[in-house]
Design a protein around this ligand. Structure first.
Ligand SMILES: [Zn+2]
Length: 498
């Protein structure tokens, strides 16, 4: 039995003005053909890593075709990118003549003129393989899933954790289901429902972390989904939180149930979970959980125990921010540069600091060039402490990172890590260690992350003594009411009463 694997992954924040081009994907992202896919993802804890490992362990012949990925720090995708990547996948599928197709599609892509690129890909692949070849999709929990997915795919399996810790397991589950399907043990069928709820990045957490005071609505939704998964004939139940940072008609939550040929059961599950989501919707309100910037910084400075993590909600580089917001930087400067460490993406400043060299004085304005809604450029005057080529490892996903020219500039007791490209995964404490900063020894750690950091920093490594979700401006601020949506299907909570 021959299974074709491949995928396409971009989480598109349409409020980010920087386009996602093919050139950017090839330069800064991941662009792989054939065996390169296996080489890159083998032994990683990603969905593709799970798919590859699953194929090996379950004895299925896996034919890798094509995989393209770009970090979520860029906005709307050029239409030609989607057309090109679809063609690459379709070519691979056609050549392999597979018994089954297993794709990892993130699910939150948005392109110029193609609001649901994954649906575009699925339709093209289905068109090539016909109706009899099983097509299974593994997607990210932050997906905006269009209704047509369920018509194209036989099974749709999503991550069940945020921060994501089960990507590998979901990839593996996709292969296991494919094996059972090809052996005629099961005949999967998927149904979906879209409760009218739009959530932005910081509110999608479902973690039951030590420092979480209350369990978020996603926790209860996923818990109920897990109960449904124990029923006979249920193959998978997933809750896609959605990605409210993309202004597309498909934006919003999706409930999916894959059963063994039982449409009635699948419909019942998705309608019950949709009703539960609607009843829990007020739990996604932002006002209670966000702290204004100045107050957050002063609380962090006065905190009796540290480190304190300031989660920079408006500049979440894993949710579409280019990572150059300055609101917290300004507050640190106003506070006299306390003991703190933070990343700021500024290509010009990073290169200039690199030219100056270690020990030189850096003098200039930094930040707020890419996302102009996230603050104003800030003048700093500091000393270059460290230079770095930006070749890092993300120890959570176990993949390489390329930040380009990187310089650590110290102002007072604040270390500013200037990078040429956005650091999209500030979710593992080693991200600081790789630039010579020991996170356990700092008073304030500013993370351009909404919640993905909680797994490594909090649950696994117990680093923060306090976490403050900061109401910073920028394209990833979680309050959807502050954004001018044009294309989102209305009415939808919290933009409208439902
Ligand atoms: Zn995600």
């Amino acid at each position: 039995m021959n299974i074709v694997i491949g995928g396409f992954s971009h989480e598109t924040n349409t409020f980010n003005p920087r386009r996602t081009t093919l050139e950017r994907i090839m330069r800064d992202g991941v662009y792989l053909h054939g065996d390169e896919v296996v080489k890159y993802f083998s032994k990683t804890r990603t969905a593709m890593g799970g798919i590859i490992a699953g194929g090996r362990e379950l004895g299925l012949r896996v034919t890798p075709t094509f995989f393209a990925y770009h970090g979520p720090s860029t906005g709307l995708i050029d239409r030609e990118v989607v057309e090109h990547c679809t063609q690459e996948l379709v070519n691979g599928v056609r050549l392999a003549q597979p018994d089954g197709v297993l794709l990892h599609l993130h699910g939150a892509a948005a392109a110029d003129g193609i609001s649901d690129p994954e649906a575009f890909i699925l339709a093209a692949v289905r068109n090539v393989v016909g109706v009899k070849v099983p097509l299974i999709v593994v997607y990210d929990m932050h997906a905006n899933i269009g209704p047509s997915w369920a018509m194209m795919a036989d099974a749709i399996i999503g991550f069940k954790t945020a921060p994501h810790t089960d990507m590998f397991e979901c990839g593996f589950a996709g292969v296991a289901l494919m094996k059972r399907t090809l052996a005629n043990e099961v005949k999967p069928l998927v149904r979906l429902s879209k409760p009218p709820i739009l959530i932005k990045s910081g509110l999608m957490s479902m973690t039951d972390a030590p420092l979480a005071l209350i369990k978020p609505p996603m926790f209860w939704l996923v818990s109920r989904a897990r109960e449904f998964m124990k029923l006979p004939n249920v193959l998978d139940v997933s809750v896609a939180a959605g990605f409210g940072d993309a202004d597309v008609p498909e934006a919003g939550m999706t409930i999916l149930a894959t059963t063994n040929g039982d449409a009635v059961l699948a419909e019942r599950i998705v309608s019950e979970l949709s009703a539960l989501a609607i009843s829990l919707r007020r739990g996604f309100e932002t006002d209670l959980v966000l702290t204004p910037v100045e107050l957050a910084v002063s609380r962090a400075i006065d905190a009796p125990h540290w480190p304190v993590i300031l989660a920079d909600q408006g500049n979440n580089t894993a949710g579409g921010s280019p990572g150059d917001g300055t609101a917290i930087l300004v507050a640190l400067k106003n506070a006299g540069w306390p003991d703190a460490a933070l990343f700021i993406c500024d290509a010009d400043a990073a290169k200039e600091a690199c030219i100056g060299g270690v020990g030189s004085q850096f003098f200039g304005s930094i930040g707020a060039k890419l996302d102009t809604s996230s603050g104003k450029a800030v003048h700093i005057d500091g000393i270059v402490r460290l230079l770095f080529d930006g070749k890092m490892r993300d120890d959570h996903f176990d993949i390489p990172l390329q930040l380009g020219a990187t310089a650590v500039v110290r102002c007072g007791q604040t270390d500013i890590i200037l990078t040429e490209r956005p650091c999209t995964t500030q979710i593992h404490p080693n991200v600081f260690r790789q630039v010579g900063i020991e996170p356990t020894q700092r008073r304030i750690l500013v993370l351009q992350s909404a919640h993905l950091f909680r797994d490594e920093f909090d649950v696994k490594h117990h680093i923060p003594r306090m976490i403050i979700d900061v109401d910073s401006p920028g394209v990833t601020n979680p309050n959807a009411r502050r954004f001018a949506y044009q294309f989102v299907k209305r009415p939808i909570f919290p933009l409208d009463e439902i």
